[in-house]
Ligand binder design. Structure first.
Ligand code: GLY
Length: 564
């Protein structure tokens, strides 16, 4: 009897705990009833939301938002880059589209090395030699053809109107343009549109981009890959010393992929598969964390940071060694994602002492990536969801701007490992699996993700940030799920990052006390003491229990949620 009483109390306590976790955090971001778009610029979110309001679906809004970002946010939004989309239709069907850039046909393993086998500085990062074959236009037409409901001209017309109207320069945009102006001039000379500096409140117009978009609206996808735009683009890139040919453009295809799908406690997470490392690495991190009750540690406490760091360290070591374009390399996903392997991977973890990255198998390989990508999340009035991350790689990509066509070209070739073991521009160290080959796609960290709870759509989420994308997205999901934050709070919460090598934890400037850092140091963790920029800019949507939507638009940028 006494025992029964004890068990009774225990059961009540447990069910109260479960109830607490099930209790949905009060929204603090924008809340709308029907539909929402969250992106890096208000203009792009407005265009996406207006497409939804006039009866388009999430896929139509994807096309409009993607192109509007190329106008309003040329820092990362693009026609000359590529990206990934993960979707969930309202009937529960899920899928993913890979419109990542590819290496040109003439590419080869050593193309960025000198005669002594050293990496030639700048060749894979700046100017025409850094440009991979762009995938964005193929991607949006693929999405539209498969799932779109509005005529393409109706989707493109508000984007063309935005080009004509011009974009008002924000404070953050003015700072970015000024910061990169010298490099843009160095690559393009003085005759570029970006020669004149611009100030907050100025209106930036891109008439050449308007003409390109009008031709695309009229002639469709082939305009970019075979038509007048293709010819102009190729002769421009080649004149500047680059490798992309008309044959490269003609052969480009976006590819539908099976996303990475896994369970974390009672969540079902759907994320991007290779050639992005995002889904695999997040899957590994969360499965290594799952056996611990992280919610019982305080948010961003020593223990929570230790657990997350140790899981990340191990997952990034695997990422850098095993992952690459699945059409070129065999990735042992069944092993890498098995519970047995991940349990063994964490077997030497203790809260007493940091594991050294040099002790993690698969050491001595390095990789690095850019942080200038952009992400947007969309939920339509029918409950369809798309999560899209798109990029030029670096800020304004290769800095090469085609004045005649009105857009920047990517420097995505730098996401390959130019030489296994040598870090790329963002410190990631790559291996053979990500070496350069003709028509191969370079490894990415983009992590467009959709999360289901109780079999229903719960979160649509993603971030820019190169290698830091994966940790930013994973921490935001944990913030919402384990630490019961609203979408906006989860997005705004201070973030940290560890990517195996270099072996240090990077913290955002706000939110981490000296005593917390000292306690980590005392356990053997290296802390990056340099001033740290922001880590990611997460844009997300949460479906509330009553079906309304809460936006999480990252305060770190000009990011804005718009809906109705
Ligand atoms: N260029 C950044 C990424 O693909 O992850």
């Amino acid at each position: 009897m006494k025992h029964l009483f004890k068990y009774g109390i225990l059961l009540v306590l447990l069910s109260t705990l479960v109830q607490c976790k099930k209790h949905s955090a009060k929204p603090t971001g924008l809340v709308t009833k029907n539909a929402m778009v969250v992106s890096a610029r208000e203009e792009a979110s407005v265009i996406g939301a207006e497409i939804l309001e006039k009866g388009g679906n999430a896929f139509d809004a994807m096309v409009g938002t993607e192109l509007a970002l190329a106008v309003a946010y040329p820092f990362a939004g693009n026609l000359g880059g590529g990206g990934f989309m993960v979707y969930r239709k309202n009937n529960g069907d899920v899928g993913a589209l890979d419109y990542r850039e590819k290496a040109p046909l003439s590419a080869h393993k050593d193309m960025y090395l000198d005669s002594l086998g050293n990496v030639i500085e700048g060749k894979s990062t700046k100017g025409a030699t850094a440009v991979g074959v762009p995938g964005t236009i193929s991607g949006i037409f693929e999405v539209h053809e498969k799932f779109g409901s509005l005529p393409i001209e109706d989707i493109l017309s508000p984007v063309i109107a935005l080009v004509e109207r011009g974009v008002i320069v924000t404070e953050k945009q003015a700072l970015r343009l000024e910061y990169y102006r010298e490099q843009i001039l160095e690559v393009n000379g003085d005759n570029t549109l970006f020669f004149n500096s611009c100030n907050v409140g100025d209106t930036l117009k891109y008439p050449a981009l308007g003409n390109t978009l009008r031709r695309i609206a009229e002639n469709g996808r082939d305009e970019f890959y075979k038509g007048e735009t293709a010819k102009k683009l190729v002769s421009f890139i080649q004149e500047k010393g680059g490798y992309v040919t008309l044959e490269d453009l003609e052969k480009y295809e976006a590819i539908w992929r099976q996303p990475i799908i896994f369970k974390y406690k009672d969540l079902r997470i759907i994320s991007m598969s290779p050639p992005s490392s995002g889904g695999v690495t997040m899957n590994q991190i969360l499965k290594m964390i799952e056996p611990y009750d992280i919610s019982s540690f305080k948010h961003n406490s020593t223990k929570a940071i230790q657990l997350f760091t140790e899981a990340s360290r191990r997952a990034y070591a695997d990422r850098n060694y095993y992952l690459g374009d699945p059409d070129f390399v065999d990735i042992p996903l069944d092993v890498l994602l098995s519970q047995k392997y991940l349990t063994e991977r964490m077997a030497d973890f203790t809260f007493d002492q940091a594991t050294l990255s040099s002790d993690i198998e698969r050491g001595n390989i390095q990789i690095s990536e850019s942080s200038e990508t952009t992400h947007y999340s969309i939920v339509d009035q029918e409950g369809n969801a798309v999560s899209v991350t798109t990029t030029l790689n670096g800020a304004y990509g290769s800095k090469l701007y085609c004045d005649e066509l009105g857009f920047f070209l990517n420097n995505e070739m730098d996401d390959f490992s130019a030489k296994p073991g040598v870090p790329n521009m963002f410190g990631l160290i790559g291996a053979q699996a990500n070496s350069i080959a003709p028509e191969k796609r370079m490894l990415s960290s983009m992590t467009p993700t959709i999360v289901e709870k109780d079999n229903k759509l719960w979160l649509v989420i993603g971030s820019p940030g190169g290698a830091t994308i994966i940790t930013a997205v994973t921490q935001t999901i944990l913030n919402a799920y384990e630490f019961n934050m609203s979408m906006q709070e989860a997005v705004d919460a201070p973030r940290f990052h560890h990517q195996w090598l270099p072996d240090h934890i990077v913290f955002e400037t706000e939110g981490f006390s000296t005593s917390l850092k000292n306690s980590l140091k005392s356990k053997g963790y290296n802390i990056n003491e340099d001033r740290t920029p922001i880590l990611g800019k997460v844009d997300a949507v949460r479906v509330l229990p009553d079906g309304r939507l809460e936006g999480g638009a990252d305060y770190r940028g000009d990011d804005t949620a718009v809906g109705f």
